[in-house]
Structure formats: C-alpha cells, structure tokens
Design a protein around this ligand. Sequence first.
Ligand SMILES: Cc1cc2nc3c(=O)[nH]c(=O)nc-3n(C[C@H](O)[C@H](O)[C@H](O)COP(=O)(O)OP(=O)(O)OC[C@H]3O[C@@H](n4cnc5c(N)ncnc54)[C@H](O)[C@@H]3O)c2cc1C
Ligand code: FES
Length: 301
Amino acid sequence: MSLLVNSNTIGAGAEEARGHSGGGALREIYDVNAQVVSVAVVPGEVYRAKLVAPEIARSARPLQFVNVEVSQGPHPFLRRPFSLSWFSAAEGLIEITWAVVGEGSKIMTQWETGTEVRVLGPLGNGFSLKDIKGEALQNADRPRLWLVGGGTGLLPMYPLAKEAASQGWEVALFYGARSMAQVMDTSRFVKAGCRVIVATEDGTYGSRGRVTDLLEPVIPELGHEDVIVACGPVPMLRSVKNLMALSAAPLYVSLESRMACGTGLCKGCAVRAAGDEEKYYHVCSDGPVFRADQVELGGAP
Ligand SMILES: Cc1cc2nc3c(=O)[nH]c(=O)nc-3n(C[C@H](O)[C@H](O)[C@H](O)COP(=O)(O)OP(=O)(O)OC[C@H]3O[C@@H](n4cnc5c(N)ncnc54)[C@H](O)[C@@H]3O)c2cc1C
Ligand code: FES
C-alpha cells in the first residue's frame, strides 16, 4: 500500500523550519511487508538488520526513517521509528540499526532471517546536500560537511556522509559515546572517505570527553563553505547550538521525539518553534532535520 503526502501541507512551515527546499513535491510513503535478510549484533551494543523493501529503498533520502510494527499482537500498539542507517535502491534493501531500550526494541531482537515485518516509510523529509542553498556553498572548491553524532545519533549520518563524499565534499565525523562498549563501527564512514574523530566520556576509546569537546576547537575555522549536521540527545544538540552561536556556518539538527503515526496526523511529536511560544513543528513531517535556529532546544546545557 502506498500513500502520497506533501510535506508543505502536512506540516505548515516545513520549508521555513528546515531552511532548505527539500519538500514541496508529493512524496510517496509505502506500507510494506519487509522480509529480514540479515540480522546481527554489531559493535556498540546495537542490533543491525537488512530488510527487503524495494519501494522504500528507491525513494529514500539521507536522514529519513521508517516506522516499524514490532508486534503483530496488540502490544506494543504503536510502531517504533528507526532511521535508515543504510539503503540501496539497486539492491532493494534498507537497513536499520537499533539499541535495546524498551519493550519494542527488545522484541526486535527476536528477528531472524525470513521474519516478515510491517514497515512504513520512507518518513520525514530527510536531508540532501542538493537542498542547501547558498552562493558560498555553490561556489566553494571543496565545501565541507561536519557531522556531529552522539550515541545512536550516529546512525542516520552514513547515507549523508556517503552522498557528500561522492560529490566531492570534504567530510568529517565527530562522534561521541559514553564508553568503549557503546562505540559503534565507523569503518564504513572511513571507507567512504570521511575523517572520523571519536571521543568517549570515560576516555576508554578515542579522546576523553564529549563530542562537543571535539567540535569546539574547530569552530573558529568554520565559515560559509561549511555545513554542520548534528544528531543525538537534545542536551548535546543544545550544546552544539550554543557553541555555534557566533559561527557563520549553518547548523542543522536532526531531532528525535516520541512518535505515533510518523506522518503528521496525530500531532504527537511537536517541538516548539524558536522564539514563538505558540508555534510548533512536527518532527515526523516538518523534520526530522531542522535549521537549529528555528527550533527550541531548551535552556542552558
Ligand atoms: C526519527 C527517529 C529516528 C530514530 N532512529 C533510531 C535509530 O536509528 N536507532 C535507535 O536505536 N533508535 C532510534 N530512535 C529511537 C527509537 O525510536 C526508540 O528507541 C524506540 O522507539 C524505543 O522503543 P521501545 O519500545 O524499545 O522503548 P519504549 O518502551 O517505548 O521506551 C523505552 C525508553 O526509551 C525512551 N524513548 C522511546 N522512544 C524514544 C524516542 N523516540 N526518542 C527518545 N527516547 C525515546 C523512552 O523515554 C523510555 O525511556 C529514533 C527515533 C526517532 C523519532
Ligand atoms: S508522530 Fe504523529 S504527527 Fe508526528
């Protein structure tokens, strides 16, 4: 089954909030039975599964996500959102990678090759470098993309990193985890041509500290030829936003929130617009990527 959605009509202000022109056209969303072709526990204490979903793989963009029906029974009732950590239109495959945090993600650990799962997607507007306006970027010899990922916030970044590197962008990934056990494999980023710098809070892998400690020293270097995309827990995003306050480089944040429908209908994933107490965006349909200056990320870090 497929349905057509228009990002401008689902989420008023979507274009404005994202600060780029990715939406507007009709997008197709598919609700499919996807078969699991591989599933494994991978470094970082996460599970990774590839599923056959040609329709979703064909129309997916970096930083989009899918809503997964984790149980065919009545509980848990709601589907769970997971980013596309990889997809291949040519192979008709999508990949999701997840940390076990509660009932739904635990049920998913029982998947095996051949399991069929109901999946809705691709959801959200995603983010593509083609969407970013700006003369400086268009004219840059080698524009730079700086990815800042905290915890599972690393997961949606790979399709974007790959797209950017293949288009001649210089790509650096700053990635932070709590400890070595939670450090996920970044070798696919390295293979794609990205520079990867890792920090752990306890110093057991990479440098000791938070991912924002990695970012801070490079901020004075950043200018109009740079784009920063951050994904991770809200306190991390807030710190990145604060650090970048005086920088000329645009900062985009990819948000997570509790979700139900994933398509803009239930209004359950609202985030407040910056500077306007009465205006809200919806993470699933206006986002999940927003210009950082358009959304309220709360007070001091
Ligand atoms: C757009 C989007 C993309 C996501 N991508 C990934 C991904 O690629 N990999 C991954 O591991 N997780 C991802 N998440 C988070 C994932 O959806 C939740 O971990 C999952 O829904 C938890 O379901 P559960 O039934 O296991 O836990 P629940 O029993 O529902 O909750 C357990 C705990 O997790 C917290 N939690 C649940 N859902 C969320 C959420 N959406 N955001 C923040 N905290 C939450 C709850 O507050 C609670 O403390 C994403 C979330 C969104 C909105
Ligand atoms: S999850 Fe329903 S509106 Fe976003």
